[in-house]
Design a protein around this ligand. Structure first.
Ligand SMILES: [Zn+2]
Ligand SMILES: [Zn+2]
Length: 915
C-alpha cells in the first residue's frame, strides 16, 4: 500500500510536529500513576492529565495541546488481560496520540486536521476511510449534523461513507455527570480478504460490527459540548473542547502494512530478543506465538511501570506490576526459559523506547534489578504453587465442577505468590474457570484485616461547584484577580487583607460566633497548603478592626484551583465578612518544618550517593517534629551505610550552602536532570531547588518551603530505619531543635546511667561491661554451688532407695536443678543400681521439668522412659519424649509437680507388678 516504511518513532514525531505546526503545545506524557486521582489505578487515556482542565478546576497556559500518552489497561469492565498474548491487538501498555482543544478550536479544525494528516501526510487511500457520527437512538439528543457537514467537505471524502451510530459507539461521557458530547470515529477499510468471518454467510463485513476485522477503528474525535447535570438533562458547556485519541500501535500497523501489532517495529525487536533467548527457529517461534506475545507485551509494560516507580508488591498498582512480571516469567518457563530472562527483554524495550521516554533510560538499573529480583522470588514458590494448583484442579474435575472458588485462588496467591491471572491461565488450559469476584472479595477482606484503609477525599462535587461559583463572584467583584487567591508561602509569614468569605457547614455566612468551625477566604495567604509531603501551616487570623476577634487556623485546603481556604475555629469575638484582618503563620513551627524539608532533600541526595541511583523517593512526610522518608531499596541498611548517610547530610549542613531556587519550564528542568516524583502533578512552570553550588548534589522539583542556607538546619540525626514492604525502606529523622532535644535527652540518660554505675560518663561502657562480667562469674559460681548442694542431697537419697518388687525406684524432686543436672543424676543412679527406675523433677526458671531413666533390662520388659514422662507430665500440662532409656518433659504448671510424681509412682508400680 505504501512506498517506503515509516518507523513507529517517526509516526509519533510526525503527529507531534503536525500539531505543533498548527499551534499546539507539546505536553509530555504524564506518569502511569495518575497524579492526585485516587479513584484511578493507572492512567488509561490521554485525557487523564487534563481532566481538571475540562472540569474547570485547573488552568493551563495553552489552549491547544498534543501528546503521546503512556497508558495501562489491565482491569475494569474490559478486562483485556486474558486476551493479551492470545491475539494481535490487545495490550496492557499502549501509547495514545492525541490533540486537544481547551475552549479553542472545535469540530471544523479537528476533522480537517485528522483528514489532512491521515491522507495527505501519511497517504492513506481516501476511498477507504469511513467516518461515524452520532445519532441518538432515543431521539433525545440532537444529531451531530455539524460534524457530518465538515466530513462531507473534506476533499476526496466519499460522502456515502458517513455512518450514524447511537450512544454506545458515538456518545462520550466523562462520568454520570460532567462534560459529555458526541464523538466521531475514523475507520479504515483494510479490504477484502482480511476478515476472518468473510466466508461465513451470516456475516456481512461492516464498520462497528463485533468480530469483523475488515474495518479498523483508527481515531476517535470527542467533541465536548454538554454538561450532564442529571440522567436526562444536558446543558450546553460555556466553552467547547476537543479530545482525540489515535492508538500509535494501530497507525504503525497500517502504515507499515503488517497484520499484527507485534510485527510493527515498535514490538518486533522485542519479539526478536525473546527468540534469541529461546534459540528457536522461525517454525518454533510461530508455534509459540502466544508466549512470545505475552512476554513482549508484559516486559514492555513492566519496564514502563518500574520507570514510573511502580515496583512489584502486594497491593494495588504494585500488585499489577508483580502480576505481569510473574505471568511473563511463567510463559517463559513454558518455553524452557528457567533462569531470570526478563531483564534482557526489558533491555530491548529500553533501547527501542528510551529516546522518546527518557525515564526508561534514566531508570535502567532499577528496571533490571526489580525484574531480576521478582523473577528469583517467584521461582522460589512457583513450583510448589503450580503443583498445589494442579491437585486442586484435579479435585475440581473429580467433583464434576467447572469452576474454582476465588477464595482458593486467593489462598494460592497469599501462600505461594501465584497471582490470580496465572491461576486463571493454568485453569483455563484445563477448561476450568476461576471466580474473579470472590477472589477480589477475599483480597479486600485480607487488605482490611491487614489494616490498609482507603483514602478518598471527604469533599464531594458539591464542594467544587460551591467554590466555583464563589470564586467567580469574587473575581467579578474585583476582590481577587482572575488567578484567584494569591498564594505566597515563600516570602512572608504574615499578610493583611479583608475577609472575603466565611463558610460554615458548607454555606456562606456574614458573621461567625465564638466556637464556630469556619472556613475563611482572604485575598492572599502566606499559609502553606499540604503538598509534596510537607504538612500545612497553622496560625492565627486576627481582626484589625475594633471588634477584636481571633480565629485559630488548624488546617488549609484548596478545593479548586485558585481558591485557598483557611480552616479553623473562632476563639474569640465575632468575625464578619469585610473585616480587615491579619493572617500570621506559627513561625517557629514553620521554621522547624523548613529545616526538615531541606534536610529531606539532603537525605535523598546522600541515600543515592551511598546506596546508588535506585534509592528513590517513594513517599515523604515533612512535619515540624520529624521527617519520614520512604525509598526504594531491597534490603536493610547496614550500620556503616546509615552512619555514612547521616554524616554526609551533616557535612552538607556545616558547609552552609545557599539554596538556589529557580522557576523554569518543566521540560527544561527534567532535561537538566531535576528529580521529579511519581504521582505528583506538575504545572508547566516548576520550582526547582538545587543545593551544592557548582557541584549541585541535590536538584529536585519542589513546591515546599526551605531554609535559605543549609546551616540553619543545625543538626540532622537518623532515629530509625525499617522496612515498609517489599523493596521499600523507611528512614525517620529529626533536625534543628528536635535534634538538640534528642541529644540533650541522651546526654541526661547517659549521666543518670553513669551515676547509677558510680562512674563518669566516659567510663560508662567499660564500667557496664565490668559489672556484667562480674555478674556472669557470680552466676557461674552460684550454679556450681547449687550443683554441689544438689549432688549432696542426691547422695543422701541414695542411702535409702525404696524398692518395688525388688527393683530400686527413685521418684523425687530436686528443687532448683536444671535439666543437665537432672540427667547427670539419673546417670549416677543407674551406675549405682544396674536394674532400676528413676524419675527426677524440678522447677527451673519457673518451668516444671521431668527427667526419667530406665535401665536396659527393664526396657526389654516393656518399661519405656518416654511413656513414663508422657504419663507423668499430664498434670503439669506438658509433653515430652526421648529414648526408651532416657526421656524428658517440660510443662507449664509447677504447682502440680506433686501430682506428676504421684502419677509416675502409679505408672511404675503398675508396670513392675504386672510384668
Ligand atoms: Zn467482517
Ligand atoms: Zn521537597
Amino acid at each position: 500500500m505504501f512506498e517506503e516504511q515509516i518507523s513507529g518513532a517517526k509516526i509519533r514525531q510526525k503527529f507531534i510536529d503536525f500539531f505543533e505546526e498548527h499551534g499546539h503545545t507539546f505536553v509530555p506524557s504524564s506518569s502511569l500513576v495518575p497524579g492526585g486521582d485516587q479513584t484511578l489505578l493507572f492512567t488509561n487515556a490521554g485525557m487523564v492529565q487534563f481532566k481538571d482542565v475540562f472540569l474547570g478546576a485547573d488552568k493551563r497556559p495553552y489552549t491547544r495541546a498534543a501528546n503521546s500518552q503512556k497508558c495501562m489497561r489491565v482491569a475494569g469492565k474490559h478486562n483485556d488481560l486474558d486476551d493479551v498474548g492470545r491475539n494481535d491487538t490487545h495490550h496492557t501498555f499502549f501509547e495514545m496520540l492525541g490533540n486537544w482543544s481547551f475552549g479553542d478550536y472545535y469540530k471544523k479544525e479537528a476533522i480537517e486536521w485528522a483528514w489532512v494528516l491521515l491522507t495527505d501526510v501519511w497517504g492513506l487511500p481516501k476511498d477507504r476511510l469511513w467516518a461515524t457520527c452520532f445519532e441518538d437512538e432515543k431521539g433525545e439528543i440532537e444529531r451531530d449534523d455539524e460534524a457530518v457537514n465538515y466530513w462531507v467537505k473534506q476533499p476526496g471524502f466519499d460522502s456515502s461513507q458517513v455512518l450514524f451510530f447511537g450512544r454506545k459507539d458515538n456518545f462520550w461521557e466523562m462520568a454520570e455527570t460532567g462534560p459529555s458530547g458526541p464523538n466521531s470515529e475514523i475507520h479504515l477499510d483494510l479490504g477484502p480478504g482480511i476478515c476472518v468471518h468473510e466466508h461465513d454467510p451470516s456475516h456481512q463485513c461492516q464498520v462497528n460490527l463485533d468480530g469483523c476485522t475488515r474495518y479498523l477503528e483508527l481515531w476517535n474525535l470527542v467533541f465536548m459540548q454538554y454538561n450532564r447535570t442529571g440522567p436526562s438533562t444536558l446543558e450546553p458547556l460555556p466553552a467547547k473542547h476537543v479530545d482525540t485519541g489515535l492508538g500509535l500501535e494501530r497507525v504503525a500497523l497500517v502504515l507499515q502494512g503488517v497484520d499484527s501489532n507485534y510485527k510493527t517495529d515498535l514490538l518486533s525487536p522485542i519479539m526478536d530478543t525473546v527468540q534469541q533467548l529461546t534459540g528457536h527457529n522461525e517454525e518454533q517461534r510461530a508455534a509459540n506465538i502466544t508466549p512470545y506475545r505475552v512476554i513482549t507485551d508484559h516486559a514492555r509494560a513492566a519496564a514502563f511501570l518500574i520507570a514510573d516507580g511502580v515496583v512489584p508488591g502486594n497491593t494495588g498498582r504494585n500488585y499489577v506490576s508483580r502480576m505481569i512480571i510473574r505471568r511473563a516469567a511463567r510463559f517463559g518457563s513454558l518455553m524452557g526459559l528457567d533462569e531470570p530472562f526478563l531483564a534482557q527483554v526489558a533491555q530491548s524495550v529500553i533501547d527501542n523506547y528510551g529516546d522518546f521516554f527518557r525515564e526508561l533510560d534514566r531508570n535502567r538499573d532499577a528496571i533490571i534489578d526489580n525484574l531480576n529480583r521478582e523473577e528469583v522470588r517467584f521461582q522460589k514458590t512457583v513450583e510448589a504453587g503450580v503443583s498445589k494448583l494442579d491437585n486442586l484442579l484435579d479435585q475440581t474435575k473429580a467433583d464434576g465442577n467447572q469452576s474454582m472458588p476465588g477464595e482458593t485462588a486467593f489462598d494460592l496467591y497469599a501462600t505461594y505468590g501465584l497471582p490470580l491471572e496465572i491461576t486463571r491461565d493454568i485453569a483455563r488450559e484445563r477448561d476450568i474457570s476461576v471466580d474473579d469476584e470472590s477472589f477480589h472479595q477475599a483480597m479486600e477482606q485480607h487488605r482490611i484485616a491487614s489494616g490498609a484503609g482507603d483514602v478518598f477525599g471527604v469533599h464531594g462535587e458539591d464542594d467544587i461547584e460551591f467554590y466555583q461559583s464563589l470564586i467567580s463572584d469574587l473575581v467579578s467583584q474585583d476582590a481577587v484577580d482572575s488567578k484567584g487567591v494569591m498564594y505566597d508561602p515563600y516570602d512572608n509569614y504574615e499578610v493583611k487583607g479583608k475577609v472575603l468569605a466565611l463558610v460554615r457547614d458548607g454555606e456562606l455566612i456574614e458573621k461567625a460566633n465564638p466556637g464556630d468551625q469556619v472556613e475563611v477566604i482572604l485575598p492572599a495567604t502566606p499559609f502553606y497548603i499540604e503538598a509534596g509531603g510537607q504538612v500545612a501551616d497553622v496560625g492565627q487570623i486576627t481582626s484589625m478592626e475594633s471588634n477584636g476577634w481571633e480565629i485559630n487556623v488548624t488546617d488549609m485546603r484548596q478545593p479548586i484551583s485558585g481558591v485557598i481556604v483557611h480552616i479553623g475555629e473562632v476563639v474569640s469575638g465575632a468575625p464578619s465578612t469585610g473585616d480587615s484582618a491579619l493572617a500570621g503563620v506559627d513561625i517557629q513551627r514553620r521554621q522547624d518544618i523548613m529545616r526538615n524539608h531541606t534536610a529531606t532533600h539532603l537525605l535523598h541526595a546522600e541515600l543515592q550517593k551511598v546506596l546508588g541511583n535506585h534509592a528513590r523517593q517513594a513517599g515523604s512526610l515533612v512535619a515540624p517534629d520529624r521527617l519520614r522518608f520512604d525509598f526504594t531499596h531491597p534490603e536493610a541498611l547496614t550500620t556503616e551505610q546509615l552512619q555514612a548517610v547521616e554524616a554526609g547530610v551533616n557535612h552538607h549542613i556545616y558547609d552552609n550552602y545557599a539554596l538556589d531556587i529557580v522557576i523554569k519550564p518543566l521540560q527544561e528542568a527534567i532535561d537538566d536532570g531535576a528529580m521529579a516524583l511519581f504521582g505528583e502533578k506538575y504545572a508547566e512552570k516548576v520550582r526547582t531547588i538545587s543545593i551544592g553550588g557548582e557541584q549541585r548534589f541535590s536538584y529536585e522539583l519542589c513546591g515546599g518551603t526551605h531554609v535559605a542556607e543549609t546551616a540553619e538546619i543545625g543538626t540532622f540525626l537518623i532515629t530509625s530505619e525499617s522496612s515498609v514492604g517489599a523493596g521499600l525502606r523507611r528512614i525517620e529523622a529529626v533536625s534543628g531543635r528536635k535534634a538538640y532535644d534528642l541529644v540533650q535527652q541522651r546526654f541526661m540518660l547517659l549521666e543518670r546511667t553513669a551515676g547509677i554505675l558510680d562512674t563518669n560518663v566516659d567510663q560508662v561502657a567499660e564500667k557496664g561491661q565490668a559489672i556484667l562480667d562480674q555478674l556472669t562469674d557470680a552466676r557461674k559460681q552460684i550454679e556450681s554451688l547449687r550443683r554441689d548442694v544438689t549432688s549432696q542431697d542426691f547422695e543422701q537419697l541414695l542411702e535409702n532407695v525404696p524398692q518395688i518388687e525388688d527393683t530400686p525406684v527413685l521418684i523425687t524432686k530436686l528443687p532448683g536443678a536444671d535439666a543437665e543436672t537432672l540427667r547427670e543424676m539419673t546417670d549416677r543412679f543407674r551406675e549405682r543400681f544396674p536394674s532400676s527406675v528413676i524419675l527426677l523433677a524440678s522447677v527451673s526458671n519457673d518451668r516444671p521439668l521431668l527427667v526419667a531413666a530406665i535401665t536396659k533390662d527393664l526396657v526389654e520388659r516393656g518399661l519405656l522412659a518416654g511413656e513414663l514422662v508422657k504419663y507423668a507430665a499430664q498434670p503439669i500440662g506438658g509433653s515430652g519424649g526421648g529414648r526408651p532409656t532416657l526421656a524428658q518433659a517440660g510443662g507449664k504448671d509447677p504447682e502440680q509437680l506433686d501430682q506428676a510424681l504421684a502419677k509416675a509412682q502409679e505408672w511404675v508400680e503398675h508396670k513392675l507388678t504386672a510384668s
